[in-house]
Ligand binder design. Sequence first.
Ligand code: 4FV
Length: 255
Amino acid sequence: MIHFDVVTLFPEMFAAVTHSGICGRAMEAGLWSIGLWNPRDFTKDTHRTVDDRPYGGGPGMVMLAPPLERTLDAVKESGGGKVIYLSPQGRKLDHEKVMELAGREATTLLCGRYEGVDERLIERRVDEELSIGDYVLSGGELAAMTVMDAVVRQIPGALGGGQSAAEESFVDGLLDCPQYTRPEVWPEGDGAKVTARVPSILLGGHHENIRRWRLKQALGRTWQRRPDLLAARKLSEDEGKLLEEFRRECGESGK
Ligand code: 4FV
């Protein structure tokens, strides 16, 4: 069972992971739980102020440290885990970090808004900063949900139907192979000038050949699209042969 405590000014946003899809079903199945904490509930002034203007001037507002500290105190009181602040200044989220977080029983996710959070709060109360990418969001909530979705998928049983996240992209450091489903020929109908068939190897039912075809495609696409991932991965002799085949066929097809 994994528990996430989320500090956010917009708790209603998290319905996206608590009431929909794989994460919603995994929550119903009791595989994970969430605590939503709104810093506005930890203010002391009648206006329930959670932000103020930045010292030194400049645009926007900054989240006040005191309400956040009181909120994090309450989370800790309730047994909350290490505090992760979602921000562009953080380490980039990747599969390795997702697996690390999937191994923790409790994690606290601090979602910033406005220009961010008073730096002194980060220094005093944040254990690590995580970024989902080099761009600026309006708040940390979407980043927090990205982390939660990626982690919940790793919980055994979360994907249902005996499917395990172990077969997915990045698990073996490679991009995924192409996926196909019905119809066998698409677009259908005589109007369509160009139709595309599902690769016949996938229709033959020969599981080992299918497994090798998929591995070859995953290696090839990783070589084409993310050579950085391939550089970080040792290829087995068989994988080296498959990638060579793919590159040769590319040379031949130029694609
Ligand atoms: C972000 C990111 C992100 C910055 C200011 C929230 C915003 C605002 N978080 N990965 N990229 N956060 O842009 O995690 O407070």
